[in-house]
Design a binder for this molecule. Structure first.
Ligand SMILES: [Zn+2]
Length: 462
């Protein structure tokens, strides 16, 4: 057995006992003697940290491995070789390629055994994970902060339980509520009507007596539910198991943005933000309440035509009932309107994703190139850049999924509201508004001059 021993101390470690070059070397020599191995080469790296593989003796070792001069690489401890899982993975791959086993004198990593190969599999999985989260995770590991004696405090967020060692468990009943909140929100319900619904179902929040606008909003905006942990200004993605998918989370944020921008739901009138005047080309109509007559009406902001709420609501409710109960009617109105949407080339985007993946692999290879390795900083920069591109494509793809809801699906969604009319009549004002907003994107009304009740409705579904 031709054995190479690799010894390393960093500048900080030189002062520490037991880590000195002579101490490590002696231990390794004794180990080889006990196994009956011959040391063919010693690689002594003095004053180098393990932050990357760009060290003179490491590079010499890799060269000799490729020449086939070595059967086993022996180190005092794994972290002498590297402290990065990714580097370790790349090293182990090289070792395997040239039939070199790897041993640690103080630990049980023996890659010539089945157990050792399992270890490599684990390292590979970890390295994959490290790749995906490279820049951020390496910089701000929660574990590292805990090692430094700084522990995040406070309550566990709804849906989770973090114990004192910061291990995380999902509380399934609560997680179901979180999922329900996200789905309802994306289906068009607002904070308040979600809270109402939860209270009706007797679902209790953790501390407060009841759900309200704020507690629902807090859940909908907290990325802890996709596994991100925030602590002060530190952000750690993939810190714990997610409760909802990233796609659903993004969808909810987009929805929130959309609702925030047009502030549709702020007005107290049922149709404010939804209603447009068709007589003058789609101008907003504003709600007013006539105290003397105890009537709500809407006035066009341009042509000032006035229409009573009752005169809109009655035909609208009938229309909704018809849309829900008759698929034929629904299809006759919409089958041509929603199927003519622009087709986005999904396969081109998918191909682009594959290309980015290959580019990433190429950069990792360049980083491992023993003749002319690129520095780690450059690798990080390139990978980050590619990650950004990847992110853009993913968001394009998720938009496609959202926008291309086929007309059939639209109908299925609507047809589930079979008891709409009854629900609407029993609901409070807020919920009424939410119900309308969950169905319509906008409603345009046309009215002939002088004929108060003769109203034609035109509308766009959500
Ligand atoms: Zn008008």
């Amino acid at each position: 057995m031709k054995v190479a021993i690799y010894v390393r101390v960093s500048t900080d470690e030189q002062a520490k006992e037991g880590f000195s070059i002579p101490a490590q070397r002696e231990r390794l020599r004794a180990f080889c003697a006990s196994q009956g191995w011959e040391i063919v080469q010693e690689y002594i790296e003095e004053g180098w940290s393990a932050k990357d593989l760009d060290r003179p003796q490491m590079q010499r070792l890799l060269k000799d491995i490729k020449k086939g001069n070595i059967d086993i690489v022996l180190v005092y401890r794994l972290d002498r070789l590297t402290r990065s899982v990714l580097d370790l993975y790349l090293l182990l791959q090289t070792f395997e390629k040239y039939n070199v086993a790897f041993r640690s004198a103080t630990e049980v990593y023996d890659t010539s055994t089945a157990m050792g190969r399992l270890f490599i599999t684990l390292v590979a999985a970890l390295a994959q994970w490290e790749r995906e989260n490279l820049a951020e995770r390496v910089k701000f590991g929660i574990e590292q902060m805990i090692d430094e004696g700084k522990k995040p405090g406070g309550h566990s967020p709804y849906g989770y339980k973090f114990d004192k060692d910061f291990n995380c468990t999902i509380i399934e009943e609560e997680a179901d509520v979180v999922r329900m909140i996200y789905r309802m929100y994306c289906d068009g319900y607002g904070y308040r009507s979600i809270a109402d619904r939860l209270n009706e179902l007797m679902v209790k929040p953790r501390i407060a007596k009841e759900w309200n606008h704020n507690s629902v909003r807090d859940i909908l905006t907290n990325d802890i539910y996709i596994g991100t942990y925030r602590w002060g200004d530190k952000v750690v993605p993939n810190n714990h198991p997610p409760i909802i998918s990233e796609t659903l989370f993004k969808k909810a944020q987009k929805e929130k943005e959309k609702r925030g921008v047009d502030r549709k739901r702020v007005g107290k009138f049922l149709f404010t933000g939804l209603l447009q005047c068709g007589n003058c080309g789609g101008h907003k109509m504003q709600g007013h309440f006539d105290k003397r007559e105890q009537k709500t009406y809407y006035r066009c902001t341009k042509c000032h035509r006035i229409t009573n709420e009752k005169n809109i609501l009655e035909p609208l409710l009938d229309e909704i009932q018809l849309l829900i109960t008759s698929k034929e009617y629904f299809m006759s109105k919409f089958s041509d309107r929603y199927d003519q949407q622009e087709v986005v080339d999904v396969s081109a985007l998918t191909k682009e994703l594959e290309k980015i993946k290959r580019q990433k692999e190429k950069w990792y290879d360049l980083y491992m190139d023993d003749r002319n390795p690129i520095p780690k900083e450059e690798l990080f920069a390139k990978i980050n850049e590619l990650n950004k591109k990847e992110e853009e494509i993913y968001s394009k793809l998720s938009e496609v999924e959202e926008d291309k809801e086929p007309v059939e699906e639209k109908y299925n969604r609507l047809s589930k509201m079979i008891d709409f009319k009854q629900q609407f009549e029993q609901a409070n004002d807020f919920t009424k508004k939410e119900l309308l907003f969950s169905i319509f994107e906008k409603i345009v009304i046309y009215r002939e001059k002088g004929k108060l009740k003769k109203i034609t409705l035109d509308y766009t579904l959500k």
